[in-house]
Design a protein around this ligand. Sequence first.
Ligand code: GLN
Ligand code: ZN
Length: 756
Amino acid sequence: MTKSANLGFPRIGADRELKKTVEAFWKGNVSEKELLATAAELRKVHWNLQHNAGIDYIPSNDFSLYDLMLDTTAMLGAVPGRYGFSGGEVDLKTYFAMARGNSEVHAMEMTKWFDTNYHYIVPEFEVGQEFSLSSSKVIDQYNEAKALGIETRPVLIGPVTYLALGKSKSEGFDPLELIDKVSTVYGEVLGKLKAAGAEWVQIDEPVFALDVTDRHKSAFKAAYSVLLGSAERPQVCLATYFNDVSEHFALFAEPGFEAVHLDLVRGPKQLEAAIGAFGEKTILSLGLINGRNIWKANIPAIFEEFSGMIEKAGKDRVIIAPSCSLLHSPVDLGREEKLDVAVKSRLAFATQKLDEIKLLADAVDDAGAVKDKLDAIIEVFEGKDALKVTDPFVTKRVSEITADLFNRKSEFAARKKAQAEALKLPLLPTTTIGSFPQTPEIRKARADFKAGTIDKQTYVQKMKEEIKHVVEFQDEIGLDVLVHGEPERNDMVEYFGQQLNGFAFTQFGWVQSYGSRCVKPPIIYGDVSRSAPMTVEWAEYAQSQSKSYVKGMLTGPLTIMKWSFVREDQPADVTANQIALAIRDEVADLEDAGICIIQIDEPAFREGMPLRKGDWQEYFDWAVDAFKLSACVVKDETQIHTHMCYSDFNEIIEAIAALDADVISIEASRSDIELLDVFQEYDYPNEIGPGVYDIHSPRVPPVDEMVELLRKMLKVIPAEQLWVNPDCGLKTRGWPETEAALINMVEAAKILRAKP
Ligand code: GLN
Ligand code: ZN
């Protein structure tokens, strides 16, 4: 029989049980014992699910109370000194202190896991650091499954990835220098797993999906010659994912792994090379079911595409697997009751993906034996009731896009002049990024309207009151360019998705974002178009309340895509252009309604970039165009703004400039030094507002501090190009600090205008 494997299952639970218990534990409403019992129950449910689906290699240690990188830190005893850990087992208090900080110590940093929306806790390393086995979790959880009658393949984040994704706390120190010491502890873990009876272990080294250097390669050699050289170890499956890693096959083949896992969704071509690159005894784990999306797999099509290669490799040499851990998909489609049936027929969440893995393995074994199941899938994709994803009007419109739609009527210099005459803004104009504090009353009004307990009229009335209040406040304190405050939006992507065609929303499609935090991304399943204006009434109302300009506020096509589950049956640029056209129509309608400044937020522009630099240009080629397509419909006098929530522009400043937004606001207050370097070296052509204060904290920055920061900025950015604004939207802030901070910000701008 062709074997099947899973690389990891979502931990949160179909009903987000983990989130709920962990948060209750933090609040002191649930005891440690209860927390651990709920966690064990979830593991049991998930193991049984995989077992019952007929999966041969079932993961353990893929579970975590917060994050697997953090668990690895605990396993290695790599606890930073400030948490006062003095050896032995890392307890829960220390564990959660590292994750979230407490009243005495701050948390460890958190950052994105590759190009997913999952965030991990970044390990910290210093010269001379020592490691010792400080958590028995991996062995305990292996034994726990065994006691339930389930043999599992424990998962470890590999030593190279673990060190490479960490952060050096000693100057000029490369954490990879710690590879030998770390490998010793990994060796100990493998020995204990072997002693416990584990036949296999899965070691993840996704770092090779990135651009790696010789240092990574040497570390890999050093680590695995030790680990695989030992006789006291289970068989090892090296797991790679998120990219084609064929350039490293010679390196991977050297130590003699018993199995190697490849992501054939991201790198379908690498299978051919792998067949020859690894010894005939090396099992190839084929990541053919996408672990990162929510789409039903077209198994007959996958089978057809890969059966020749599988034949060539030898059926008994392959394992069928998901491309990566299923952590990145929601738990169970079965719970959805409100989805359109045709849309639902095209989806598969983690639970359904298990059946897909098994079915594909069965098909590889003997396609004839599962013909009925395969035919049923063909029916879903091609049958008479198949979901209609194309809209002829959209297809036509996209096919008619001409080059001139991507450009403004005039170059920036001419627009700047036209805008200066039309808008008459002062030097160093002040503005904000869009949202104002989302008070409990606003949230309640939205929830009540959604639940039907208040009618539309009452809801609109409440929102207008809020908008009026926000606009009046901004006028009162003398901001130059106002916003309406976004009270009607609970999320900047969902708000637009709900008004666009081609989007679907789930009830329970939650995916872990970090720790106990989950997100429920919209699904873009079909051609996107706009049926009616989405924001115009609110914008008109807000503008009617002030003599100053109020910005129209939209979310850009790249961000809408990046924060949704995107269809994969057409190239990304086509989807991006469809969304861009819908936004473009909104931009045109806003302009017609008399809105003179329109902001198109693209906080996810950077996240959308591919993992390897060599692939960036291809992304910029379509991504920059999509943004421009959404924006370049307005006359010269209309000012287009954009916003991004970060400032590490060093390597992408030219792509940012190519967006040709008249004004961009970015995050800067926490990283002013590096940012200033960029502008020292590169003459950014258009106008820019590097945030002058950090909105992530309730702290009110004093006037002098902002004046000083602006003075530094003025050294590298000419005053005619500089805007004054906070780092990001204010929706997570309270009113008192918002008022105080903005008053100070306006004051800082006034001081500089008087005396630059
Ligand atoms: N306009 C949005 C806001 O102010 C931008 C949010 C973001 O950048 N993530 O909330
Ligand atoms: Zn932002």
